[in-house]
Design a protein around this ligand. Sequence first.
Ligand SMILES: Cc1ncc(COP(=O)(O)O)c(C=O)c1O
Length: 377
Amino acid sequence: MELFNVYPVTPINIVKALGSTVWDEQGTEYLDLYGGHAVISIGHTHPHYVKSLTEQLNKIGFYSNSVLIPIQQQLAKQLGEVSGKADYTLFLCNSGAEANENALKLASFHTGRKKIIAFSKAFHGRTSLAVAATDNPSIVAPVNETDNVIFLPFNDEEALEKAFKEYAEEIAAVIIEGVQGVGGIREASIPFLKLIRSLCDQYGSVFIADSVQCGYGRTGSFYSHDYSGVEADIYSMAKGMGNGFPIGGIAISPKFKASFGLLGTTFGGNHLACAAAVSVLDIIKQDNLMENAAKVGNYLIQELNKFDQVLEVRGRGLMIGIELPTELAHVKKDLLLKNKIFTGEAKPNVIRLLPALNITQKIADQFLTAFEERLKA
Ligand SMILES: Cc1ncc(COP(=O)(O)O)c(C=O)c1O
């Protein structure tokens, strides 16, 4: 049997990894500033993570949500503390799309309404409603098409006010990434997030903060939306949560009422996934990784802004987009092939840096030197 060929892959077989270093099968060493797409939060094969998962697996890996799973409560408690939202409740699932799907469903259950507001260049995942709220027609199947999602220009306050006036009590939710990832590292403005909060309050709609990529400490605060000083009603999360072990979740404000059967999943919240997530939170707290993300991220942004050829540097903390002119579109590929550095991209010419939250200034400097070399070449 062959694989269903949906990924344009880089022909490198990574067989070993430690921290922000990975090795291929020939033993060639690479610097990983991509983190497997913002997933590696505490570094590859972190000793505490490996130990926690191994110990848990030797006890029990999985049982369904039909029995008590105390490590779920432990995870919820630690997440509440680290994120500063101890009064929210947690529903666990397996991926970012699933987190958003559940967030949107919950908003609709809660309000009894159907309309969702999403924004240009948004990416919320590939399940039915998440993909319908994603601004990329090429990945929306006919069966996912719906009139219930209204797309508005990103950061356009006037358009948002107009849409609320027009659809008013039909609007179940507004969903927005604090920093758009796939969309090219674009930050939601603080006034825009504040306006979403006040319009959702005024019209009884639900504010969903998609934190799947920009959350979990990556921007220097736990949720990137925190910079606006307003709270969302639901935060969706996934990528960095399990440092590579599949786990997602939604943090739900106390205004929502749970009832048996409202949401559900077979695998979500299993012992092994929770052990992974707990060990990630242990390290985020113990090693002050949010502070580190802010510090090293600010340094990178400041230094990257000094290169004349760079059109724009966007982002916050360790979620950075470097916009290059078309003639430098080869730089990302050259960084990998010539300097052995993995980075991410956003179309057409944005290099995305999404490294582990514990990268050092030395690693940042290593990247900056390589980047300068590539620009000069
Ligand atoms: C902002 C955002 N939301 C949702 C998703 C979907 O997450 P997953 O691929 O885990 O379903 C992604 C994935 O890239 C994302 O960047």
